[in-house]
Design a protein around this ligand. Structure first.
Ligand code: CU
Length: 442
């Protein structure tokens, strides 16, 4: 028990949600697979069944633990204000769940009976909608029509049996609260993995905020956005997806915002294997490398990582590949400037000069990217983490907004990063052995 408890505390502390998870104590909560009988079953299934699913990983976002109450998986979500660093030095005031925006990822298996206790720690009413769920209407979370809004300090307990499979999500059904960050992924795994089976399964939630310079609070009524995030982080603070050369990879993209996002992968063709309605028949899978994820939609893409390298994965809308963009009054700044308390070298990372010709100022239109992108803007050391190990020096100067890497690595480099990950305290890979599921990082 103590090791499990320690593990759980690590998970929660590492995710920064420990302080807010007051209601269920560490002893009461468990990660999927805690039941001895379930563990045995899981082992049996992984030993004999090559088609068990892998658990999905949501970079920079924790999984939500649960406890078993009889046959019911009980989860606990707390709607609350969240202080979040979206890039180094840029701490903003969002609203989310259990200390995170987006909220923690919920993972279940088709057929599960789930109970989700939602506590409202916000200063105003909220409501929780289960997006795309085929559940009784009184569990739908539509405020005013299917239930009373959850008052500040109040609680609503949702309970239903899940017969669907796919990439779903939960979100506040109050529009302005959505734009403060109130969404989380809800992955419903099939009982038996789809074929071809994937080796890695990732979740990325697309969000956007309008936060003017020197302000920490998003303007939820704005129609233009200057902070675009993957899982609550803007490049270069996003965490790359780490895969082995040759592995089959699924990426589940979820969009809850005001804009649609064409998500583009370098170096590979993928197929769209699922939408917010579940799995797509294989006959619909055509090759592509850009998928438009519309508002309120999800898209699953799958590909074989057969091309080694550090490949960009990003929204292709030009303004969504920028940070801190605001109307042009003089040269634009894509970063938050140099953070206080750091010397030049550490503040700027790789030092360098923008590559500008002598007559640059005489060319109409100059500057465009000259002072916003390049080695001068790099902050490699400030975003140092195992997943960034071995990237080309200065890489971070060219990453912003909805942008990350899919790093297709040979075995030795892959192992090196996994080793670094293990060493890094408080950021262990979150292992949850669920019946019929595998975590393949070990
Ligand atoms: Cu976009």
């Amino acid at each position: 028990m103590s090791s499990r408890r320690g593990f759980l505390q690590n998970v929660l502390a590492g995710a920064g949600i420990f302080a807010s998870a007051k209601v269920l104590s560490a002893q009461e909560m468990q990660m999927p697979g805690d039941m001895p009988s379930m563990k045995i079953k899981a082992k049996k299934e992984t030993a004999h069944d090559h088609y068990s699913s892998v658990l999905a990983e949501t970079p920079d976002v924790p999984n939500l633990p649960f406890r078993m109450d009889g046959d019911v998986k009980e989860f606990h979500l707390i709607a609350e204000p969240v202080r979040q660093e979206i890039v180094p030095g840029r701490i903003v005031d969002l609203w989310g769940y259990n200390g995170s925006a987006p909220g923690p990822t919920i993972q279940v298996t088709r057929g599960d009976r789930v109970r989700i206790i939602v506590d409202n720690h916000l200063p105003e009413a909220t409501s929780m909608h289960w997006h795309g769920f085929e559940v009784p209407v009184e569990m739908d979370g539509a405020p005013g029509s299917s239930q009373d809004p959850i008052a500040p300090g109040g609680r609503f307990v949702y309970e239903f049996t899940l017969h669907q499979e796919g990439t779903y999500f939960y979100h506040s059904h109050m529009a302005m609260q959505e734009m403060m960050g109130m969404i989380g992924a809800f992955v419903m795994h099939p009982k038996e993995a789809y074929k071809p089976r994937v080796d890695k399964d990732f979740v990325i939630i697309l969000q956007e905020y309008a936060i003017l310079p020197n302000i920490t609070i998003p303007n939820s009524m704005n129609m233009e956005f200057n902070w675009l995030t993957f899982n609550g982080k803007a490049g270069p603070a996003t965490t790359p997806l780490i895969v082995r050369h040759g592995e089959r990879v699924r990426i589940r993209l979820i969009n809850l915002g005001m804009d649609h996002h064409p998500i583009h992968l370098h170096g590979h063709q993928f197929v769209v294997t699922g939408t917010e309605g579940g799995r797509q028949p294989e006959s619909t899978w055509g090759p592509g490398n850009t998928v438009l994820v519309g508002v309120a939609q999800s898209r699953d893409v799958e590909f074989v990582a057969n091309n080694p390298g550090d490949w960009m994965l990003h929204c292709h809308l030009p303004h969504h590949m920028m940070n801190q963009m605001s109307s042009m009054v003089g040269p634009m700044s894509r970063r938050n400037g140099m953070p206080a308390g750091l010397d030049m070298e550490r503040g700027m990372g790789m030092m360098g000069k923008p590559d500008v010709s002598k007559d640059a100022n005489s060319v109409p239109g100059f500057p465009q990217d000259a002072f916003m992108e390049g080695p001068m803007m790099a902050m490699d050391q400030m975003v140092d983490k195992p997943e960034n190990f071995g990237l080309r020096p200065g890489w971070s100067g060219f990453m912003a907004g909805m942008m990350t890497f899919v790093r297709v690595l040979p075995q030795d480099k892959y192992d090196q990063i996994m080793e670094l990950r293990k060493k890094q305290e408080g950021k262990k890979p979150i292992k949850m052995d669920m019946p019929g599921m595998e975590h393949k990082d070990e």
